[in-house]
Design a protein around this ligand. Structure first.
Ligand code: UGA
Length: 429
């Protein structure tokens, strides 16, 4: 199949690379000239394990192309993916600016009947709106069909998730375009679930909201465990062994972050408000998550009285390991709180420091290594469970800073062997 993909953000690029890997001819279209130039040379704008290797091999075998030219990229394509961003607006709803532009670009450049596949996370009803918009802007009489095909990739394991995902959701008005898409995905061997467009759009938001709720739930339990002397790791393990509950997304910590859960939960609440529905569980999920971003600071203040002039090593800045993404990361509110409290922050992240510099408070200093970050530190906050951080702390510890572990990187037994003062989440001190 000859496929065009509009937007080379995280979802667009990973999707394009994986589609080319299973044999399709894929043209990625993006407005950012510099980025397109680099991608054509096999330079990825994002850090994602395995991506560069697949990108390079498919550029070399001639199946993966990049262009800024919509005319060239869209002409003669029968399948066009929309994977542009839907950032959050001030009123918490999804900003559809790039979606609207994509629909217009498609309408102005196609020459034949098309199937539009929406990968971007869009509010319920948006796919039908995209279709209308394309039809309104067409100058010739062409057939436009639309498919909602939400993605369930996790950053850091996106390639694996694409090839070994639990399911592919395809929402369409009739079976014609859905069957074509099913054929496109056949080489993945992942089960396909076909449904209507509105349900497919809703599955995406409901799934992310449910996962976020699981995290806030376990964090709430963790806070209670601390009061009664129970261990949240064992509680989560014991709960997770019940298959009705499942063991995933029950890791307690400093709360979820990223470009998806925070934005999508808020957009869902907003969408529900628009149809006079109150999503109490999701509102609480968001509130608990924001409170959870403050727990390490509370613990540090209880321990030190105040943090004025204290040298604090902030370890791990990305919202999770194996990505360089800082969007929505707990490191943002946490570092802002620490600056207000007068701490001197020296930060380190294995791959996220470049992006962090643009987003985190300007007062933060950055270290070239973990050793440098921890040198003479009074205390350390672990915000992301990067292997490099865990291994370093395990193997050679610094001048005895007090550790506040926001991701429960060590079992309590292993923490004892570290021979430092160790604080974590939801476990006996
Ligand atoms: C999430 C979903 O997991 C994907 O299915 C979805 O496709 C994606 O959003 C999206 O909508 O694009 P992602 O944000 O990449 O994926 O990362 P997750 O692995 O889900 O982690 C999100 C946050 O939750 C991280 O900050 C992580 O540290 C936190 N988390 C996760 C916990 O605090 N505890 C857990 O048990 C699991």
């Amino acid at each position: 199949m000859d496929i065009a993909v509009l937007g080379t953000g995280y979802v667009g690029l990973v999707t394009s690379v994986c589609l080319s890997e299973i044999g399709h001819e894929v043209t990625c279209i993006d407005v950012d000239k510099e980025k397109v130039k680099k991608m054509a040379l096999g330079i990825s704008p994002i850090y994602e394990p395995g991506l560069v290797e697949l990108m390079t091999s498919n550029i070399n075998n001639g199946r993966l192309h990049f262009t800024v030219n919509h005319k060239e990229g869209l002409a003669n394509k029968k399948i066009i993916y929309i994977a542009v961003g839907t950032p959050q607006k001030k009123d918490r709803s999804a900003d559809l600016r790039f979606i609207v532009q994509a629909a217009k670009d498609i309408a102005h450049n196609i020459k034949n009947d098309v199937i539009i596949v929406t990968k971007s996370t869009v509010p319920v009803g948006t796919n039908m709106y995209i279709k209308e918009l394309i039809l309104e802007n067409l100058t010739t009489d062409l057939k436009v069909e639309i498919v909602s095909n939400p993605e369930f990739l996790r950053e850091g394991s996106a390639i694996k998730d694409t090839f070994y995902g639990d399911q592919i959701v395809i929402g369409s008005e009739n079976d014609g375009p859905a069957s074509i898409l099913e054929k496109i995905y056949k080489p993945f061997g992942v089960p396909v679930f076909k449904t209507d467009i509105y349900s497919a759009e809703m599955i995406k938001y409901a799934s992310n909201a449910f996962l976020a709720s699981k995290i806030s739930f376990i964090n709430e339990m963790a806070n209670m465990c601390e009061k009664i002397g129970a261990n949240i790791d064992d509680v989560a393990k014991g709960m997770g062994q019940d298959r009705r509950i499942g063991s995933h997304f029950l890791r307690a910590g400093i709360g979820y972050g990223g470009s998806c859960f925070p934005k999508d939960t808020q957009a869902l609440v907003k969408m529900a408000e628009n149809v006079q529905c109150d999503l109490g569980i999701i509102r609480s999920t968001i509130e608990i998550n924001e409170l959870q971003h403050t727990v390490l600071l509370k613990k540090a203040k209880e321990r030190f009285g105040n943090l004025v002039g204290k040298r604090l090593a902030l370890l791990g800045l990305t919202y999770k390991p194996n990505t360089d993404d800082i969007r929505g990361a707990p490191s943002i509110p946490i570092s802002e709180q620490l600056i207000k409290e007068g701490a001197n922050i020296i930060a380190y992240d294995p791959v996220g420091m470049e992006k962090a510099r643009a987003i985190l408070p300007k007062e933060i200093q950055y270290a070239g290594s973990l050793e440098e970050a921890l040198l003479n530190a009074d205390l350390a906050f672990i915000l992301t469970e990067w292997d490099e951080i865990i291994e370093y702390v395990e193997n050679k510890l610094m001048e005895e800073p007090v550790i506040f572990d926001g991701r429960n990187c060590f079992s309590l037994e292993d923490a004892k062997k570290l021979n430092v003062e160790y604080h974590s989440i939801g476990r006996p001190a």
